[in-house]
Every structure is written in C-alpha cells, then in structure tokens.
Design a protein around this ligand. Sequence first.
Ligand code: AGP
Length: 612
Amino acid sequence: MCGIVAYVGHQDAYPILIEGLKRLEYRGYDSAGVALLNANDELNVYKAKGKVSDLEAYAATRDTSGHIGIAHTRWATHGEPNQTNAHPHLSNSGTMALIHNGIIENYMSLRKELEKRGFTFKSSTDTEVLINLIEDVKQKVDLFEAVRIALNHVVGAYAIAILEKGHPDEIIAARKGSPMVVGIGDNEFFIASDATPIVGRTQKVVYVEDEQVVRIKLGEDLFIKTIQDVEAIPYVQELEMNLDSIEKAGFDHFMMKEIYEQPRIVRDTMRGRLHPDTNTVSLGGIVNYEKQLLYADNIIFVACGTSWHASLVGSYLIEFLAKIPVKVEYASEFRYRHPVVTPHDVVIAVSQSGETADTLAAIQLAKESGAVVLGICNVIGSSISRATDAGIYTHAGPEIGVASTKAFTSQVTVMAMLALRLAELKGTLKDEERREYIQELDRIPEKIQWTLDHSGLVKEIAAKYKDVRNMLYLGRLQNYPVALEGALKLKEISYIHAEGYPAAEMKHGPIALIDKDMPVVFIATNHHTYEKVISNIQEVKSREGKIIAVVSEQDVVARKMADYVIEIPESMSIYSPLLATIPLQILAYHIAVMRGCNVDQPRNLAKSVTVE
Ligand code: AGP
C-alpha cells in the first residue's frame, strides 16, 4: 500500500522525509520519490523504482535542500512500477507537486476532459490526472479552494499532499478512504499515512477525517474544511505510540520482535478489562451495545486474512460460551453477495490496520441494512474505528511486519473476553465455571512466554523442511483456524504453498496428497476430539506422511506417532489458539529466513490492503 510523508518547518525537510519513508516501508511498495522546494523557489523532484535506498542513491548528488517537501512510496495500481509513474507528480505548469495514496476511479474520464483542454500526461497514473485537474480549477482560486473544488469531481479514495512554488511555508492535504495523520510540532508540521513517521517528532496529532481538506501553513493553526465547504475544527489528540514501539529492539526482523512481544501484548489487551478478582469482564468500548449483542439474531464477523482466522476462533468462543449464533464472513465476499443482514443482527468488523478496503465496504453495507456495526481494531483513529458505531481496540501497538502475529493473539484475546462477558450477561455459565475461564485466560500471557522459551526445536524443524514445496496444516474445532493461520504465515513469508484444513476433512480428498514428501502439521492439543485427531495422524502416517505435531505438555499418544513434536503448556482447549499459533509463527519465520525471503516485507504483499 502506498505511503505518504510531508514536512514543512524550520528543519531540513529531506532527512525527515527519507526517515519517514523508511518507517512506512512495511506497508509494501515498488518505487519511491520526493519533491522539495529550495530557498530559491526551485521545485526539485527525484524518483526511483525500487527501494527508498535507491531513491537516496539517486538524490545523493543532487540538491536536496529546502524546509518543505513531500515524499511517497508507491504500490503500483495504475501503471507499472517505474520512475515515470512514481510519485510525486507535477502539474503541466511545473509549479505544483502532488503525492497520493488511493485510487481515482473516474480518472480516465477526467483525463479525456483535461486533454481536450490541452493538458498532456507523461505517466499512466490516476495521480497525474488529479494534479492537473487541480491546476485546471486553480486558474480562478487559490490552491486550497482548487483542491476542495476538484475533489468534488473525484470518485475514489485519496490521501494527498500538495506543495506549490511561491509558497514555501504551505502544504495542502486532503483524504477520503485512505488514512492521514497530521503531526503538530513547534513551528513545524508533519503529514503521514499513519503515525509511525511522526513518532519521536511530536506528540500532538490530528487524524484527518474523510472528505476533509487541510491547509498546513507555518505560523498558523491548521485550517480544515470539508469538500462541501464546511469548516471543521481540528481535534488534536495525544499520540499513544513511542519510538521503541517502531524500532526492532535488537531483533533481526520486526516480525520476530512482534512474536516475542505477545506475552506483554496479550496482557495489555486484557488490562482494565479482565478482572479475576471480581470474576468479571468489562469492555467499555461496547458497553452501550451489550443488549444488541445479547439478543442478536446473529453476530456477524466481517474480516480478511488473519483477522478472518481470529474471527473464526471468535465464533467458536462465543457460540460455546454464550450460545449466541455467530457467522464469519470474508469481507470481500460479504460486500457483493447480497447477504441477509437485518437490524436484529450485530456486525463486528475485525481489522489490525483499520484501513482494509473490503472490510470498510462490508461495514457500509451492514450499516445500510440497519445493523449495529462494531469494530475490533488495532490502529487508533483508523478509518474502520471511525466508521463503526463503537468498538474495542486491541492495544497491540504498531504491527510493522506484514505478516500478522501479535494482532492475531490480541484479537483472539478480545474475542475471548467478549464471549465471557456475553456469557456472564446471558447466564450461560455458572459463576464458578466463569471463574475458571477468567482465571485461565489471566494465565495465558505466562503460558505464551513458556511457549516462546521452549520453542528451540522449531528452528531444527524449519531447517529440515525449508525446501519442501507444500505443507498441510490440520486441526479440529478451534484448532482448525490455527491450521489456517499457520498455513497463511508459511505461505506469505516463505512462498511455500501450504493449506490449512479441518483434520476430519482429509478423507474427503486431500489425503490423496499424502506421501513421503508431504509434511503435515497437526495441532493435536487436548480437547474432546483428541482421539479423532490421533486417528487422522494414523491415516497420514500409514501413507508415509511426515508428522509435525503441536501437542500439550502432558501429551502421551500423539508425541509417539510424530516425527517432530512441539510442546505447548496445558490449558483449556478453547484457549489453544492463543498458544498453538505461537510455534507456527516461529516455524514460518525461520523457514522464510533460511530461504532468504524478505520476512518483514514479503513480495507482492502490503501491510494493509486499502484497495480492492
Ligand atoms: C496476515 O498476515 C496478512 N498480513 C493479511 O492477511 C491481513 O491479515 C489482512 O490483509 C487483513 O488486514 P487487517 O487486519 O489490517 O484488516
């Protein structure tokens, strides 16, 4: 996903912009660029295909002076990744430069109209159309008004920043559908796609709302209007992020750092919400919607990827503990399949980034159906957190690695607390039963730590299987989503094909895949279908399949049948996703590293998919 960074203030802009782009690299990109206005009012634009380091090499011998600039990492949507299509884009007059994250859906019709008026285009991007549309409008009004008026003709999503020759102290920005944060410093301003480039520079931020245009001018307060010409008061917030949350803290990759953060993260997710002393759970963010949840015809999770896997775990937890019907929908399917949703349903959008386009669209559809829409998000101030009626933040901190790890465990923790709260309200659990579940959940952070401390064998397994072409992950009940998640981790960072399956489904086809070259990961932790899983292991073994078994500490049977055994602590079976997932994250990580893959920024992937 594209990233934008902009700066105007008393410091040199270039180093701030480059550092900001590097902090946004985790979003995934294929080219980068920067535009600077120097003291002689010269507009210098440098762009390079590839990485930010390639841009730095290109600009190294050029004039990068100036106290105002905009910069961009591009994840190609319209036009291949190359220097011409990279941002920033200049208007025909060469007096304005623009960067853009999003998609202008009606750019072709706008381009045709502009060509009739004599505009020419160097690139095949929608962005270059937008800057020239603004130039076309600007003949009669100033840049702020021109942006506001032009955006009324635009269909699509955008987070844009524009600078103009002759205005060395002013940047105009706007957003719709793509995120944008403005940092307010001491006689300086920062603009970025999310807060990571701003961390350590200022604590005061404004999360720009959809369809807002912002004038950022040195010596003045932020000035905001909607594209409908209604002034808006900036809502200044305190940035909750800090520097060490976006540094690697001695780990080789963000992903491993975030895997090892999970004991603390799960504790943070529970803080102030799980109360073993009073045998209760309190979820303040949704307290006004507990009745709708309790009496919902259906709770419907809408999500993508790992968040969808967490939602599947959530469905098992809520149905088992609170006896409320739950559906789990891929947001991308939900938004187009004409689902039956009524005002008696409660839709819960689950998203780490809070910017996933399909999930945002699913929210819109659910709202049109009259359902209450809640959110479970990680990024504060994100689009999904603002589009929902209420929600619960996971408090997992910034997740930089593209492969979700701590987001998954924090989401599952929220869902476990939600299930326990609903069970309490509905009376589906006796007090004593609830106490056991709450007390065991309270012990999970330490059990995750134990799992991390005892994961040494996983690296040996990774070395053994790093060159396989396929892997199967099998689990039953709440370990089925664990199988899906383990397979996704391996696929997305090591590029080995892997499939997660309900273990019992093997005999309905996939067992044909089993031979001596097919490693099979079984999540064989204790639960009431353990014996069935043992039979499934036997079926694979008898066909020479290689078995990697994730087992509970006191397991006796599965461990004797497996080629490799990974132990996790004993716990209640419904909490096994919080424990069994950990070694599978580590397995995927080591295999990817051994294969020389880019663990934090896997090929073709973006941290948040803000386009369809
Ligand atoms: C998971 O490792 C992937 N990064 C991806 O599947 C991700 O979970 C999905 O794109 C949803 O993202 P979100 O949680 O930010 O909405």
